[in-house]
Design a protein around this ligand. Structure first.
Ligand code: 0O2
Length: 209
């Protein structure tokens, strides 16, 4: 059991992971509610899919070790902000900002950090809107605030990121091939940004007011 590497009883770590699972449920529900409301009021589903993931014990330990942080439950809780991750795949780019705005306007949500890789894409072409939020979970004896990372992407941004992610872990590629692939990926990122913009424009033209 990997959790045994953590210098405490295994139970506190299991409990912490369970808090993150609960926080994922809370935030997912918030998005489902918003999508439901929009589908009735605006006849439009801003959210295509919601994908959630809990960071694996292997990745938690790897990240803590790479940062030379102590492997304790409290240090994990204080230093890692992406243990609970939610990816919201939106139909259009405007929906991303709308969903982010409505999430952040809820009075139980606290914003810790925002990274807008749509307005300022990463050098490799990566686009996405990242938020770190704190959300309360209600347990039988207490209320706990839990950190959740939310990544908003369009379908085009998401398929680009999945492909790039796969390539990043292909260690057997030689540097020359990797350079060519990276250049080609960057071109794809530009094309996908153009596609998102054009689709957004068409949607605005046909939108039911
Ligand atoms: P996984 O497996 O998705 O969890 P940090 O999270 O603190 O280590 P940073 O750079 O401060 O790193 O966070 P940032 O920029 O918010 O990015 C974190 C997550 O965004 C990554 O998590 C990816 O999910 C995604 N991401 C960021 N940049 C890229 C990119 O260039 N390509 C792809 N495909 N995804 C990216 P993890 O932990 O790397 O991976």
């Amino acid at each position: 059991n990997l959790f045994e590497k953590i210098k405490e009883d295994v139970l506190p770590m299991r409990t912490l992971m369970s808090y993150y699972r609960c926080a994922i449920m809370e935030v997912e529900t918030k998005f489902r509610v918003l999508n439901e409301e929009f589908s009735i009021e605006k006849e439009h589903n801003p959210i295509e899919t919601i994908k959630s993931r809990l960071k694996s014990p292997e990745s938690i330990i790897k990240k803590m070790e790479s940062r030379n942080l102590p492997l304790t439950v409290s240090s994990i809780e204080e230093n890692l902000f992406d243990i609970a991750g939610i990816r919201v795949i939106c139909s259009f780019q405007n929906d991303i900002y709308l969903m982010a705005k409505y999430l952040l306007s809820q009075d139980d949500i606290q914003l810790l950090e925002i990274k807008d890789y749509i307005k300022q894409p990463k050098e490799n072409g990566y686009r996405s809107l990242h938020l770190i939020v704190r959300v309360p979970i209600f347990l039988h004896k207490e209320k706990r605030e839990v950190n959740v990372e939310v990544q908003f992407r369009t379908i085009a941004m998401d398929s680009w990121a999945s492909l790039e992610h796969k390539i990043r872990y292909k260690k057997e590629l030689d540097p020359e091939t990797l350079d060519k692939i990276s250049a080609s990926l960057l071109e794809c990122a530009h094309l996908s940004a153009e596609l998102d913009e054009k689709m957004q424009n068409i949607h605005e033209q046909i939108a039911i007011k």
